[in-house]
Design a protein around this ligand. Structure first.
Ligand SMILES: NC(=O)c1ccc[n+]([C@@H]2O[C@H](COP(=O)([O-])OP(=O)(O)OC[C@H]3O[C@@H](n4cnc5c(N)ncnc54)[C@H](OP(=O)(O)O)[C@@H]3O)[C@@H](O)[C@H]2O)c1
Length: 411
């Protein structure tokens, strides 16, 4: 078989985050540099407008007409690509046909989904096909869940070096972050809450920290979960629930399961936001907890959801301004302890806002890493996590090109 025409195709190039990704690839590689790439969407007019916005250097950028509801168009796109990167979401509504076709055609795939129930469905339905065809499917290649998944890998590698054993307990805490949400992210979150409100079995599945692992993972282990304001002795601060913990913890546990429990069969992990010290910190933690609870309740109740969608939240296609993206950043901390009581600290920082400015760079590097750094002989087909498929190769790319830093701190 001849080599595919493109290393990478961006499907959903007209989405808010898809446009940012195309801008990033254009700046980093041009229209046909070290990585050959093309932009795909269902609207030719939007694709042409995007190519115009990218400037004269992108005048040769190939455009591909593909619709998530038209399998023939998706198959034709897959056959032209080594890797398809999808930003067409909510994935639970539009994503399945593309995952199926990538699994069938042996095309590598990555995306930005944070929808646990959908990922689980995709694994159940298409893992055998992906293994047979050699397609490497890597979900969650944005702020959820790359900094968490690679941050834990980074800390565990250091624990192995220093202690000869992994940390059996790791806490991830968001020390600071600045950024906003896009319409697509909001639509995906509302869709999960809507599905869960109508389905008790799904609520149970979403509450299971091992929902992306095999049936035997975590037997007899009680996972910690920060679901209210509480004092954290290890960080000397109040902490509050972190909205992305619901996906990130599942991805980290899947990474452990895919590495034959390299972090330990009884590995425990949670995520939270640091809110500060003293009365001010406690009030902030209570405020974050109450705000998150109110949002979830509003999203679950149809009239309140309608009001949120209509008057409060960004619409599909909208998101933080370029200034807000540039002013954004994040700083997340990890604290690990080994079974014999030794400890390690690390931090992961990123420039730009987490959900868009930084996410688009992480997604671009994840796609490029799959296409250029990881021959099929080095990683078999199947459903992987960022840490298990791309690991240190991606970590290096993120530090060299995408504004992330992974650092050890004095314990
Ligand atoms: N993991 C993270 O950190 C992270 C960060 C950001 C975003 N996300 C996720 O990424 C996804 C995209 O977010 P966004 O804000 O960029 O979304 P958005 O601007 O609302 O864009 C959604 C895209 O889906 C496309 N689409 C819908 N139906 C389609 C179909 N049948 N065929 C082809 N394309 C179709 C739309 O095409 P048209 O332009 O033609 O309407 C649009 O381009 C969301 O699921 C969001 O949750 C995740």
């Amino acid at each position: 078989m001849s080599a595919p025409e493109f290393d990478l195709v961006v499907f959903g190039a007209s989405s808010f985050v898809g446009k940012l990704l195309c801008r990033y690839l254009n700046e980093r590689y041009g229209a046909a540099g070290g990585l050959t790439w093309a932009a795909a969407a269902r609207s030719q007019a939007k694709l042409e407008a995007l190519r115009g916005e990218l400037g004269p250097a992108a005048s040769g950028l190939a455009l591909i007409d593909a619709d998530a509801a038209d399998e023939a168009s998706l198959r034709a796109m897959c056959e032209r690509a080594r890797v398809v990167v999808s930003t067409v979401g909510p994935y639970a509504l539009y994503g399945e046909p593309l995952v199926k076709l990538c699994a069938q055609t042996g095309t590598d795939y990555c995306d930005l989904t944070g929808e646990v129930q959908w990922i689980r469905r995709m694994i159940e339905r298409y893992e055998p096909a992906a293994r047979a065809s050699g397609a490497r499917i890597v979900h969650c290649c944005g702020f959820d869940s790359i900094p968490s998944d690679l941050g834990v890998l980074f800390l565990q590698q250091e624990a192995q070096r220093r202690f000869g054993a992994p940390c059996s307990r790791i806490k991830m805490r968001v020390k600071a972050m600045r950024g906003g949400a896009s319409g697509g992210t909001v639509a995906s979150m509302l869709n999960v809450v809507r599905e869960a409100a109508a389905n008790p079995a799904l609520r149970k599945e979403l509450a299971n920290p091992y929902s992306l692992c095999g049936p035997d993972a975590g037997k007899g282990v009680r996972q910690p979960n920060v679901n209210s304001a509480r004092w954290d002795e290890d960080f000397g601060a109040w902490c509050a629930p972190f909205v992305m913990a619901a996906i990130n913890t599942r991805v980290v546990h899947r990474s452990n399961a895919l590495q034959a429990a390299a972090y330990g069969a009884d590995f425990r992990y949670d995520e939270a936001m640091l809110a500060g010290r003293g009365t001010k910190g406690r009030l902030a933690a209570l405020g974050i907890t109450a705000g998150l609870g109110a949002f979830m309740l509003g999203a679950a109740l149809p009239p309140a959801r309608w009001l949120l969608e209509r008057f409060v939240l960004p619409a599909p296609g909208e998101g933080p301004s370029p200034q807000a993206q540039r002013a954004g950043f994040y700083d997340i901390r990890f604290f690990g302890t080994s079974a014999d009581g030794r400890s390690l600290r690390a931090k992961v920082t990123g420039d730009r806002d987490p959900g868009y400015g930084s996410t688009s760079k992480m997604l671009g590097e994840a796609g490029a890493c799959l296409a250029l750094d990881l021959p099929k002989s080095a990683c078999a087909g199947g459903f992987w996590t960022p840490a298990t498929a791309l690991g240190n190769l991606l970590l290096g790319r993120l530090q060299d090109h995408a504004g992330l830093r992974f650092e050890l701190l004095e314990a």
